[in-house]
Each structure stands twice: as C-alpha cells, then as structure tokens.
Design a protein around this ligand. Structure first.
Ligand code: XLS
Ligand code: NI
Ligand code: NI
Length: 417
C-alpha cells in the first residue's frame, strides 16, 4: 500500500494557509508561527512541518518556492531534515501567480520583462528542487490564461508558454536534473480561462509544441470537476496517452463553483482513482499529494492531523476496494465481453487497419443489420462497486469465513471458496 499510495503533504496549505476566505480573515490557530516572514519563523515552520510529516508517516512533501522563503536558510534546514527523517521532496514548483507583477500572467504575460522575471524565478526554483533531490517539478499555470479575449493575443501567448517550457527543459538538462516535469491542468480560477484547462487540452498543447516526451500530467480532482469532468475521466485521458504522472488528491464541493481543495473523503472517488491507477500499473515518480486544506471552521492544529488521516484512510480503503474489484475480475470480464466483436472477424480486421469503407459496405450489406445486442448493464456494474467491497462472509465447510473479495454473490457462488 505504501508503494502504491506515496502520500505527500503540501507546504502551502498545511503550513502557510491561514484559512481565510473572500469574506473573512484567517482563522487558523498555529502557535508555532508568528506570521512574519523572518528567517527564524521560516525555520521554525520547517521544524514543525517535518515533525508533522514524521508523525503522519508520509514519505513525501511538496512546495512552492514562496512557501519556504527565505530560500537560503531554508534550503540548508530542509536538507538536514530530509536527511534525518528520510522524507523526500515529491516535487517543487514556483509561485508565478501571487505577486502583482504576474497580474497578466507569467510566461503568457503581455510584457516580455515579466516573462524574463518568471524565467529567473523558475530557474531558481528548479535549482532548489534539484538541490533537495526532488523527484519532480510542477508547472501549474496560475494566471496563464485570460479574462477577456478583447485584450488577448491567444496564439502569441501560447507560443510564449511553449517557448518558456522548452527553455525549462533545456535548463533541466543543463543542470542534470533527472526529476519528472509535470503540467497541472485547471480550467479556470484565477483567470476565466486557463490555457492548461484539462488533460486533453494539455496533451494537445504538449503535442503541438513537441513537448510531450518531456512532460507528464499532475491531475487534481477539484480541477477536473471545475472542468466539468470526473477525476477518473481525466486519469483515463492521461493514461491513454501514457502521460499520467502524479495526482493532487483533494475534492471539491459540487455545490460550490470554485477550487475548495477539500480533503478527499469520498470512497467512490478514491476507489475510481485507484482503479485507474492500478490498471496503469501504479504510480512511478508521482504520488498522492494532498493539495487540500481543512475547512475554515476546522482551525485547530489537531484538525491538520484529522484531515490528513481522513484523506489517507480514504485512499487506503479505495486502494483495497479497487484491488478487490480487480481480483474479483467481473468488471474486467464484463468489459472484455463487451468489446469482444473487435477480437475476431471484421472487428479485428478494422483494428489492424486491414480493411476499408468499400469492404465494410459489402460486409454489412450482406449481413443486413448491425445489432448492438448486449445491455450496457450500468446499474449492475454500479451495484458491483457498491457491493460488500472489502469483505464477504460466507459459510464454507460449516465455518463462517471472511474473504477480501468484492461483489454480491450468493454464498454458493463465492469465488474464493
Ligand atoms: C491551484 C493548484 C496549485 C498547484 C501548485 O489550484 O492546485 O496548488 O498544485 O502550484
Ligand atoms: Ni494542485
Ligand atoms: Ni487546485
């Protein structure tokens, strides 16, 4: 489970977020933090962060350059803490969206000096990530998008973004940083339209600008739902392109139209996520990164533990259920059967590219009608996911036995027996 889940704590929400919202100031009680930007305060934060992560038992963390500033002092301290605890940096990133200079974007700003400033900042953030032996580096286009097309040359901005990423790839090679580069899609917020809007848009962009071999995607649940997709949809799109890298594990509130970054406590969600990830063969460089914050009402330090543990347990159960569903095999069997017309005959010919419209016309004219035949069985499959999931009790050889197995079957048909 540890190998599959690769949990990661984020510095920005867990150690920098005061839990404010657009209508009120922060409520978080963080007795170790005096709220200043002093070196001493930053170092204290590093101590608390590593103590927290050690207590949780997570193997990774992630940060923005600005979360851990001032850099110099922190780099040494973080390095020491990593050594001592064995906790590693999953990925680093640069905050290219908070400072007023990035009001029109960073790599897609209308102003070339802003582009240059962003380049310098990313260069430094990559250096720091490399020095801390980070396993990856994320590009999230915080303000790379627009509010109105009236003032936007979209094509030019996209060209600039691609140029920026190519330079990052060049620099990565120059310093010998072997970590994985990720793009994190998000459709809106802060801007009305972000260029990295969803997995498909990112893949298209990467392909168009010849960057696909250098990048994978870091997918976030709440961003998927803002894009009008399920997280599993986004995962499947990325997996199909061989480009799923990592996940930002959270969830949104579907009644609220913004990135609420809640801790993932929905078992259906984590089961679906783990089903897709297991199908892919598991994460490699990536992890399950809790880009999530407790609610403004959950302001005590203890809530940081409750929130992370809730997320970890939900993912752990999701993994177990997904593994049980795969072991049970009925979902896979159903899928195989559903597409079986492609395995032989005309289906196999089409898949292999060994036929054409003319032959297909002759084929179907002879046959008369195409009959899709079998039901989609959605409700049955949903019930299968709903089923006992982890545990089935059945009476075999007189004793009550418990199996890790998913599904709804009469005891007489219990597969483990
Ligand atoms: C914001 C993003 C951000 C990235 C890292 O919505 O999720 O936190 O993960 O910059
Ligand atoms: Ni994120
Ligand atoms: Ni987000």
């Amino acid at each position: 489970m540890e190998d599959h889940l690769r949990f990661s704590v984020v510095y920005w929400h867990t150690f920098r977020n005061r839990l404010s919202d657009p209508f009120g100031v922060g409520t978080a009680i963080r007795p170790w933090d005096d709220g200043t930007e002093s070196v001493k305060n930053a170092q204290k934060r590093v101590c608390v962060a590593f103590e927290f992560m050690e207590k949780l038992g997570v193997p990774f963390y992630a940060f923005h350059d600005r979360d851990v500033a001032p850099e110099g002092a922190n780099l040494k301290e973080s390095n020491r803490k990593q050594e001592r605890t064995g906790i590693k940096l999953l990925w680093g990133t640069a905050c290219l969206f908070a400072h007023p200079r990035y009001v029109h974007g960073a790599a897609t700003s209308c102003n070339a000096d802003v582009f240059a400033y962003a380049a310098a900042q990313v260069k430094k953030a990559m250096d720091v990530t490399h020095a801390l032996r980070g396993e990856g580096y994320v590009f999230w286009g915080g303000r790379e998008g627009y509010y109105t097309l009236l003032n936007t040359d979209m094509k030019r901005e996209l060209d600039h973004l691609a140029r920026f990423l190519h330079m990052a790839v060049d620099y990565k090679k120059r310093i010998g940083f072997k970590g994985q580069f990720y793009i994190e899609p998000k459709p809106k917020e802060p801007t009305k339209h972000q260029y990295d809007s969803d997995a498909a848009a990112c893949l298209n962009f990467l392909r168009e600008y010849d960057l696909l071999k250098e990048f994978k995607l870091n997918l976030e649940t709440n961003h998927a739902t803002l894009a009008g997709h399920s997280m599993q949809h986004e995962l499947e799109v990325a997996i199909a392109a061989g480009a799923l890298g990592s996940i930002d594990a959270n969830m949104g509130d579907l009644f609220l139209g913004w990135d609420t970054d809640q801790f993932p406590t929905d078992l259906y969600l984590t089961t679906q996520v783990m089903l897709s990830i297991l199908k892919m063969g598991g994460l490699t460089t990536g992890g399950t990164n809790f880009d999530a914050k407790p609610r403004r009402e959950s302001f005590e330090p203890m809530d940081l533990f409750y929130a992370h543990i809730a997320g970890m347990d939900t993912f752990a159960r999701g993994l177990k259920i997904a593994a049980a569903i795969r072991k049970d095999g009925r979902l896979e069997e159903f899928l195989k059967e559903r597409y079986s017309s492609w395995d032989t005959g005309i289906g196999a010919k089409i898949e292999k590219g060994k036929t054409d419209f003319g032959e297909l016309e002759a084929y179907i004219t002879k046959k008369g009608e195409a009959n899709p035949n079998a039901s989609g069985r959605q409700e049955l499959l949903e019930a299968l996911i709903n089923g006992p999931g982890l545990i089935v009790k059945c009476r075999s050889a007189g004793a009550l036995k418990t199996h890790a197995f998913s599904g709804i079957v009469p005891r007489s048909r219990c597969p483990p027996c």
